[in-house]
Design a protein around this ligand. Structure first.
Ligand SMILES: C[S@@+](CC[C@H](N)C(=O)[O-])C[C@H]1O[C@@H](n2cnc3c(N)ncnc32)[C@H](O)[C@@H]1O
Length: 396
């Protein structure tokens, strides 16, 4: 059996994620899928006017993702592909249940997506490329069906944070454990006895995957997966003709947003190019187990230049997922801001008497240049909010 067939067999037997039946939180706006363009349009395209009629490809949609995007982006046209007929059948049921008519489903392998003859504004491919026999082939195929100004949102496994997973995958191979009925429950009993300082423990606390058979199979009994360090990820994109635009959530990769900022190394870290700063933080944290990033086929990514006056043309947009806490604050703080989308601990941003008016100016929909007429700290404050995933920008 080829590796692709083994992967397909896994997801026929254990469709992933555990097939949901209730999507009402997506209907009522309580939840939104990671990277939804309705919420993040200008994170992908700071320079373009907002539009909703996007052509979206969801490559390896699993059981839920296509419906999540269809509900939350009703004016987009979504093409969703997957190897697993059971995942697609479940998706079809959900689409009918929620009256979504904006999705076309295909059972096919990602390698063949070019045969659809379509070009997409946005491709979502989370948790898929690292299961392909040759992820380079998958990435090149996706790049080839991106429009010239299209964007790819992808998630792949990260090496260091999955160290314990690979140890347990090897353990399962040694014992011949498969995803046969009953074996996941046995694994659960074994995992309960894992020593507290085993490398899998911190990940086990952060993932729901060990609670379900589908999650357990996906995590520990997968016939094929690989992971990337930050350096390998950047090289992979380069090799496949894509440019790194940004992390979906960037604060977990920035030295200034974690405790490294309080160490003597911060000065040195600040002198490194950005991809080396990300790599250093990945090594320092040790627990990043997935990388979720935006890439494009552009020659030079649309990076914000804070060193010229370019920042003055930016209009800040509050990012979804920000929580405001007003209790148990340090002296002088009026509120503390956290981004719920962070999987890894990030320092909170404090609002004080000196910056709260700048923060409130976000609601006015004006440029940073306008805000800076009254507030000389505008550039530094909004660069901080941006670093910490509190805001993103559209260009006026
Ligand atoms: C871990 S699940 C992720 C599902 C979804 N993207 C999400 O984030 O919830 C991986 C999915 O990719 C599909 N898949 C794996 N390899 C694929 C391939 N070569 N072509 C198409 N789909 C694939 C599997 O069938 C499975 O449904």
């Amino acid at each position: 059996m080829t590796n692709t067939n083994l992967v397909q067999q896994l997801y026929e037997q254990q469709p992933y994620p555990v097939p949901p039946t209730d999507m009402s939180d997506f209907v009522n706006g309580q939840m939104f899928p990671a990277g939804s363009p309705k919420d993040y349009f200008h994170l992908y395209w700071p320079d373009k006017p907002f539009r909703q009629d996007l052509e979206i490809l969801i490559a390896g949609c699993g059981t839920a993702q296509a419906t999540e995007f269809a509900i939350t982006n009703p004016k987009a046209h979504i093409t969703a592909i997957d190897l697993s007929s059971r995942s697609l059948e479940h998706t079809k049921m959900l689409l009918e249940k929620y009256n979504c008519s904006n999705v076309t489903l295909h059972q096919m392998s990602l390698e063949l997506v070019g045969t659809l003859g379509q070009q997409f504004d946005l491709i979502i491919c989370t948790g898929v490329l690292h299961h392909m026999p040759d992820p380079d082939v998958g990435l090149v195929v996706l790049r080839e069906c991106l429009k010239s100004d299209g964007r790819l949102l992808a998630m792949v496994y990260a090496t260091y944070g999955r160290t314990g997973v690979y140890m347990f995958q090897e353990y399962c191979r040694l014992l011949g454990v498969t995803w046969a009925p009953g074996s996941c429950e046995q694994m659960r009993q074994v995992l309960k006895q894992t020593p507290a300082d085993h490398p899998i423990v911190s990940l086990a606390k952060r993932t729901h995957d060990l609670l379900s058979d589908a999650g357990m199979a996906d995590l520990l009994l997968h016939p094929q997966d690989r992971a990337y360090t930050v350096g390998q990820l950047m090289q992979w994109l380069d090799d496949c003709g894509l440019g790194f635009e940004r992390w979906l959530m960037q604060a977990p990769y920035l030295p200034r947003c974690c405790v490294l900022a309080q160490t003597p190394h911060m000065t040195k870290l600040n002198t490194l190019p950005m991809d080396q700063q990300y790599a250093a933080v990945e090594l320092f944290r040790g627990n990043i187990h997935i990388h979720t990033f935006i890439a494009s086929a552009l020659q030079s990514p649309s990076v914000i230049n804070w060193e010229t006056d370019q920042w003055k043309t930016l209009v800040p947009i509050r990012m979804r997922g920000v929580t405001v806490q007003t209790e148990n604050l340090p002296a002088g703080a009026l509120a503390s801001l956290q981004q719920a989308g962070h999987l890894f601990p990030v320092a909170s941003v404090l609002l004080t008497q000196s910056n709260v008016a700048m923060y409130q100016a976000i609601e006015q929909g004006v440029t940073l240049g306008e805000i800076s007429k009254k507030h000389p700290q505008t550039r530094d404050f909004f660069k901080m909010l941006w670093d910490f995933d509190q805001v993103f920008f559209r260009r006026a």
